[in-house]
Design a protein around this ligand. Structure first.
Ligand SMILES: [Zn+2]
Length: 341
């Protein structure tokens, strides 16, 4: 199975993570991708460097002004006469009524929270992470039954015009949009610990891309303001957004109960292709976990997703317990690939 990854993805190395009243140690670190890559190699997956497909697929999902900000922010921040620190990071968050005069106002507009500083290599790493998603989607369009996009930085929190939750470009949404070039109906199943509010926002009024998310209850948990059951879509997309939150402290059985509901919904939708937004932060020892999925749980997840029998692109999202990322990736793909043969 082809796995898409570009070494430039390792160069984004955030130094700042401000969350719930505290400066914390960065969790979305390059070692994550190294460990996942190690896991992919141990599985014998075919590691490929994505081609440079340009910005067209990115612009199908994101605003051009936002992409221009990401591309230029670091340079413009460091062109200031005073020392503003290494990373672009706003202390002002103003998404509305913002005249966007200057890089500080733009940072306040386009950075949605305190977990997404822009460093020297943030744009290039995010760009190539998105290219890994595009290449994976194109492989599936080209007839591959499955492919893995080893995306890092992750993507599902990235808004149409905003970075957040360690995410800059919405890799899963970009991939789903590419798959729509040939497939009439695409489902995005998001099993990361967190609600992917970026994917939800991007496809909220779309009946052709069904977004289903299983995540920890977002009451006092990131992203805190979305992810509730009553968010079901809008307009023609009403009903094509399904949020399946889990109470904090849930055992693994609750995750599989929600997965069962998700799989039933997918079968009713009869999609032509599936994007699995795969996070390992549901793992019991992950610093972000609010549920306790075991290593064997990832095999079971892989089996059940494989059982849908759909052309499938797996897009990497979160997972912050670095020491088990390779083994949990192995568990997932052992379950998935066994069930495909
Ligand atoms: Zn997550």
């Amino acid at each position: 199975m082809d796995t898409f990854f570009h070494p430039e993805q390792l160069r984004h190395a955030p130094q700042t993570y401000f969350s719930r009243g505290q400066m914390r140690n960065p969790q979305e670190v390059p070692q994550r991708a190294e460990r996942l890559l190690q896991g992919a190699k141990a599985l014998g997956l075919n590691i490929r460097t994505p081609a440079d497909d340009g910005t067209r697929a990115l612009l199908a999902v994101h605003d051009i002004a936002y992409l221009r900000f990401l591309e230029s922010a670091y340079r413009r921040w460091h062109a200031q006469p005073e020392d503003w620190g290494e990373e672009v990071m706003s202390n002002i968050f103003v998404r509305e009524n913002n005249a966007l005069r200057g890089i500080l106002a733009e940072a306040g507009r386009y950075l949605a929270d305190g977990s997404c500083p822009v460093g020297e290599f943030t744009w290039s790493a995010s760009y190539w992470s998105a290219q890994a998603a595009v290449a994976g989607a194109q492989a599936v369009l080209g007839g591959a039954r499955q492919a893995y996009s080893l995306c890092r930085p992750p993507g599902h929190h990235a808004r149409r015009d905003g970075a957040g939750g360690f995410c800059y470009l919405n890799n899963s949404a970009i991939a789903a949009r590419v798959l729509r070039d040939r497939y009439a109906r695409v489902v995005v199943l998001d099993t990361d610990m967190h609600h992917g509010q970026g994917i939800q926002e991007i496809f909220y009024d779309a009946p052709d891309v069904f977004y289903i998310s299983i995540h920890g209850d977002t009451t006092n948990f990131y992203p805190a303001v979305t992810g509730f059951e009553n968010e079901r879509g809008a307009g023609a997309g009403m009903g094509y957004n399904l949020n399946l939150p889990m109470p904090h402290g849930s055992p693994e059985s609750v995750f599989f109960d929600r997965l069962d509901t998700a799989l039933r919904a997918i079968r009713i939708f009869e999609p032509d292709a599936l994007v699995l937004a795969l996070g390992f932060d549901i793992y019991q020892d992950d610093p972000q976990a609010k549920v306790a999925v075991s290593a064997d749980g990832f095999s079971r997840l892989g089996q059940q997703v494989a059982g849908l029998g759909l052309p499938t692109l797996i897009v990497q999202e979160g997972g912050y317990h670095i020491d088990t990322l390779d083994s949990n990736l192995g568990k997932f793909f052992n379950g998935f690939l066994e069930s495909r043969e």
